[in-house]
Structures are given as C-alpha cells and as structure tokens.
Design a protein around this ligand. Structure first.
Ligand SMILES: [Ca+2]
Length: 99
C-alpha cells in the first residue's frame, strides 16, 4: 500500500484506519487529514519533516529515510527520528516537507 518513494501516514495507531501516501512537499494535508495522522512510514529515501501547522510551520519533527513509527504519540516506539520532539505530535500533523 505504501509504495517506494512515498511518505505514508495512517489515521490510527499501528497502521490502522484510513491511509494516504504523499510525495513531499505537501503544504497542507487537507481538511480530512489535518490533525489526524498517528502512524507514519517514510519510504522517500530522504529525511522528511512533519509539521504541526500548514506551510511547514509550528513544531517540526524529522523522520529519517526508511523511518517508521506505529504511533508518533509514543516515545517508546519511534525509530530513526532525527531532531525535534516526539511524544506530543499525535493528531497534530498539518504539513510535510523535505528537510
Ligand atoms: Ca489519529
């Protein structure tokens, strides 16, 4: 479902619920996905940053190439995160960029 080259996210933890794949940059994930995503998988081959506001503003958080997390709200399940803060970004992501 999450193809190579995509940055994918799911609305619920453990890759459940609706899913969507993007090729960054995405300045606004749209009304449905705004403040909804919980699980992430970065298959782009580059570090990708997720942001709490549109247009790459607010709190940012980097996921390295190949990084995934089944719940961005947990600080015990993250892998290969780079910089930023984690543990408080569940249901907050509004934009996605290369970083
Ligand atoms: Ca969610």
């Amino acid at each position: 479902m999450c193809k190579p080259g995509w940055f994918c996210m799911w609305e619920d933890n453990n890759y459940n619920g609706n899913a969507i794949g993007f090729i960054p940059n995405v300045a606004n994930v749209g009304s449905y996905w705004n403040d909804r995503a919980t699980s992430f998988w970065n298959r782009t081959g580059k570090t990708v940053c997720v942001w709490t506001d549109t247009w790459y503003r607010g709190q940012g958080f980097g996921l390295g190439a190949g990084a995934w997390t089944w719940n961005i709200g947990s600080n015990t399940t993250q892998h290969d995160f780079m910089g930023g803060q984690f543990g408080n970004m569940n249901d907050t992501v509004s934009s996605i960029s290369n970083c």
